[in-house]
Design a binder for this molecule. Structure first.
Ligand SMILES: [Zn+2]
Length: 289
């Protein structure tokens, strides 16, 4: 079994230019998305199929608070709530109240400054004080996703260099006990991402997203098993996570990412106990309070 550490359950329409326009709805409740035969599916049936077909026992949901908590109400324990916030417009008190509502952590994305900027430290303090998990988007962000007019538009144009893996180096130096997952393995700063999980005991990473599986297995071999020697330190810091649409009948995240993990386990001959850590053990440890 595994815990999918990176899923989304929101749904927004796109306008003619490709912008994701408001409002953000629950995919689960967006009737127009459901083919006729799925209309009667219950949350319990959705979860049961996920377990049987994909081996997914639980998921970490990373949508804005209103979507994340609503889906947690519907899907109960299956959902580990890690609401996504706008870190330039949230206070430590608001972070505390998300934990009071049942969050296990907080998801950060598209800051206006580097993740390592001093001005964000009070937010990290608040997460640490709640023994929570901080999930950072790293690397490239979908075009049109946060631009003006989008459902979650930010004031300035996205600067992906604020979300380089190396920005987390300063966070980890300042907060060596803050539990961190670096989502998307830094796409495309793979080397930097490797250095972060290798050097900081509190930084973990997932291989979620739309690009990791498009890189060659040889590249991953080079990073995770240089010269044929498995880097068990780095591999032991990976967490399973797919990204992509979930909470819609038949959708459990990006299928190609499931295949990438399977192939890596196989090609790198990752021992069973390490696979277990990647599949669920690390996440269970990281969400412990
Ligand atoms: Zn995502």
């Amino acid at each position: 079994m595994r815990i999918n550490g990176h899923v989304h359950g929101g749904h927004a329409e796109r306008d003619a230019s490709g912008k994701l326009i408001p409002p953000l709805k629950l995919a689960w409740e967006s009737k127009e998305l459901f083919p006729e035969e799925y209309k009667k599916m219950t949350p319990e049936e959705y979860v049961e199929i996920g377990k049987k077909k994909h081996g997914v026992e639980r998921v970490i949901l990373l949508d804005p608070p209103e979507v994340t908590f609503r889906l947690k109400e519907i899907f109960k324990d299956y959902v580990i709530a890690v609401p996504m916030v706008d870190m330039d417009n949230i206070t430590p008190e608001e972070i505390n109240s998300l934990f009071k509502r049942g969050a296990a952590g907080i998801k950060f994305i598209v800051p206006s400054k580097s993740y390592g900027d001093d001005s964000y430290f009070p937010l990290y303090d608040a997460i640490a004080a709640n023994h929570g998990l901080a999930i950072f988007h790293t690397g490239f962000v979908l075009l049109g996703r946060f631009e003006p007019g989008s459902w979650d538009a930010r004031k300035s144009i996205v600067d992906i260099t604020n979300m380089r893996p190396s920005a987390l180096d300063r966070v980890a130096r300042a907060f060596p006990d803050l539990k961190i997952i670096m989502a998307h393995f830094g796409n495309p700063w793979w080397e930097e991402a490797w250095k972060m999980i290798s050097s900081h005991k509190n930084i973990y990473a997932d291989l979620s997203g739309g690009d990791t599986f498009r890189r060659s297995i040889d590249m991953w071999k080079e990073i995770l098993a240089p010269n044929g020697n498995l880097d068990t330190g780095a591999v032991s810091k990976l967490c399973f996570g797919t990204d992509g649409q979930s909470f819609l009948p038949g959708h459990y995240g990006t299928p190609d990412v499931y295949k990438l993990y399977e192939r890596l386990f196989d090609v790198l001959k990752i021992p069973t106990e390490l696979q277990e850590k990647v599949n669920r053990g690390n996440i269970l440890k990281l969400i412990e309070n």
